[in-house]
Design a protein around this ligand. Sequence first.
Ligand code: UD1
Length: 418
Amino acid sequence: MECLQVRGGSRLEGSLTVQGAKNSVLPILAASLLGEGVSVIRNCPALRDVAASVAILRHLGCRVRQEGDALVVDASPVDRCDVPEDLMREMRSSVLFLGAVLGRTGCAELCLPGGCELGPRPIDLHLKGLEAMGAEIRQEGSHLYGCTKGLRGCDVQLATPSVGATENLMLAACRARGTTQIRNAAREPEIVDLQQFLRAMGADVRGAGTGTVVVRGMTPLGDCEHTVLCDRIAAATYLAAAAAAGGDLEVRGVAYRQLSTVTGVFSEAGCRVSSGETSVRLRSEGRLRGVGPIHTAPYPGFPTDAQAPVMAALARSYGTTVFVENIFSSRYRHVRELRRLGADIRTEGRVAVVRGVPRLRGAAVRATDLRGGAGLIVAALAAHGESEITGLDHIDRGYEHIEGVLCALGAEIVRTER
Ligand code: UD1
């Protein structure tokens, strides 16, 4: 079994250009199926979830090749509409293939997606929206069978601004007759990036980044080129690492306003934060101050994906910080592991109370989900002594060569077999 051995206590100094965004590249790869052209998708991070998406595209008949950091997808030969169960279960965003495959072929056979265990993750909004567009979707156990004689545009009001449902409906709407309006749409930057990719293909999509996305369907979709947005959550994670361990870090490639809720917390915690147009610099003396309550919320609120890394940074602090997790009902599984490192954190329901301690100490811990795993690395970098982190499959789903990035900044981390 692979593990990361982390020796805490080194300051992190230097600069890094952050990887392409996992949560952008996955919907974009699904979108590449919609037309019959060739998509050149640059700045693709080398992640397990990306490899799983490529495997799905190949299974469906696409030709996919890698050219440096670009994936080149030729979707002209698509000849299947089923996604095998083992590939569906690899990750949550495999559900985006439902809208894309239905739109492209008129039928889809999938099963319920996998992904991080963060509590129940229903897909009712995806299904309701696709049904409103004229798809018939039958669920048998964990299998989904969808078919349509032709999707049609309609108005969909999402009960909650779901990122995945917004994306799935945008994809299907590109292949629907007429206009689709998605109201109460998610406003995440990754939705804007998907819109840009779809436009580059020839789709007529507007409104991404606001609460209403409008798609006029059936425009011809052809060859395109696109560069994937940089990953604001990976950026937040590296900033959390520098905040926790102490140091002077510049993160390049990410727009400051996409990170302002996270950097706001680090400023309040005593770090010095400054920004250029597409870079953020953070200087920290290591031990932070507790801050006012942090409520996770849909964008532009504080991102649920940054909750664990930021909590890990505040574990060693003066004072107390309260977290309220409003997006997922069970997103504190990292807390038990942080406690092994000496953190004083109590949870009740959606609330976690972090009483800052003067010192964390190295321990053996296990990543139980992607962002929680990243949080363990953050805490281990701030701890005295050596930690051993297992469960790397989770971390590798979303971070490109995380130990290499951190070691280049001065961290002491080795990936090894246990
Ligand atoms: C995406 C991100 C994930 C992030 C999350 C919230 C990707 C690949 N993943 O996940 O990293 O943590 O947004 O920012 O982009 N919901 C329903 N019914 C549905 C769909 C969602 O009730 O049909 C609920 C969920 O249970 C959750 C909330 O809506 O409570 C938000 O989920 P959603 O925005 O859909 O998250 P994902 O798209 O799965």
